[in-house]
Design a protein around this ligand. Structure first.
Ligand code: NAD
Ligand code: 0WE
Length: 263
């Protein structure tokens, strides 16, 4: 199938082969898209360049999204390389590690600022530049997590940032809809990526979901990529401002199935 043939996609947030952004890049390429990649820090270059080569992506640029000038530079290069764009993927999130230990109550002003800048404002900043390269419309997408809606231990300021990211998705969708640009978020269940590797007790969280989610399993990057594919292709043409869950159904539960030892 060629769901994205003739479409040009710029994907931010590839760190390594485990990144959600990478699974999306592979799926988009497989469906005929011309894919460009961006990564956040110079040390990732040795991981990202070979990945880019494997899908024939020749646009590979570093961009620290805390810098307006770096963002401007990447989009200036994207304009030279692609001319126009059809798809923007934002798959970036960060809070200082100390904010993901302890309690939300202890969040520092600087930790809050950094989490909001990198995890939320960056989507707005990228959307502004991408919009200029989408004269005939397009699709933009970001990645969120259920900790935005309900309290998840230690997700802390990232939960507050994801709530703001989901609200930003709706405001962007309202502003860009008249330009035929759709803006959506995918709320993924926990996946063992680089961003999850430093989190204490992450394996326990995977086990918790595995036992309780309606599908009784976890989800993987390829399943997120499948949803990204229909949202960004013409199959998703009527959908904007939405948060789509790829979480094995976990978010629908009000109470877990009582385990047998409680009976
Ligand atoms: P990942 O570590 O592969 O991706 C996170 C990316 O953010 C990295 O590429 C990193 O370089 C980038 N980044 C951080 N600071 C940056 C900066 N200043 N400038 C540019 N890039 C920067 O991990 P992932 O799990 O693929 O995360 C991608 C997105 O998915 C994040 O928004 C994350 O919150 C979200 N998400 C992850 C999970 C999960 O369990 N892994 C679940 C739901 C949502
Ligand atoms: O969004 C995320 C993780 C985002 C993240 C991860 C890190 C680790 C390294 C943001 N900032 C940092 N900062 C670092 O220094 N997820 C959805 C994965 C995740 O992270 C959790 C989770 C889940 C799920 C943290 C606590 C509890 C649950």
């Amino acid at each position: 199938m060629n769901l994205l043939s003739g479409k040009k996609a710029l994907i931010f947030g590839v760190a390594n082969k485990h990144s959600i952004a990478w699974a999306i890049a592979e799926a988009f390429k497989q469906q005929g898209a011309d894919v460009g990649l961006s990564y956040g820090i110079p040390q990732l270059e040795k991981r990202v360049f070979p990945l880019a080569e494997s899908i024939g992506a020749t646009f590979v640029e570093k961009c620290d999204v805390t810098s307006d000038s770096e963002i401007d530079e990447v989009f200036s290069k994207a304009k030279d390389h692609f001319g126009t764009l059809d798809i923007l993927v934002h798959s970036i999130g960060y809070a200082p590690s100390e904010e993901l230990e302890g309690r939300f109550y202890s969040t520092s002003r600087e930790g809050f600022r950094i989490a909001m800048d990198i995890s939320v404002y960056s989507f707005v900043a990228l959307a502004q530049r991408a919009q200029e390269l989408m004269p005939d419309g397009g699709s933009m997408m970001t990645m969120t997590y259920y900790g935005s809606e309900k309290v998840v231990p230690h997700y802390n300021v990232m939960g507050v940032a994801k709530a703001a990211l989901e609200a930003s998705t709706r405001y962007l969708a309202a502003d860009l809809g008249p330009h035929n640009i759709r803006v959506n978020a995918i709320s993924a269940g926990p996946i063992k990526t680089l961003a999850a590797s430093g989190i204490a007790g992450f394996r326990k969280m995977l086990g918790y979901v595995n036992e309780r989610a309606p599908l009784r399993r976890n989800i993987d990057q390829a399943e997120v990529a499948g949803t990204a594919l229909w949202l960004c292709s013409d199959l998703g043409s009527g959908v904007t401002g939405e948060v789509v869950y790829v979480d094995a159904g976990y978010h629908i539960l009000g109470m877990p199935e009582p385990p047998e030892q409680w009976e």
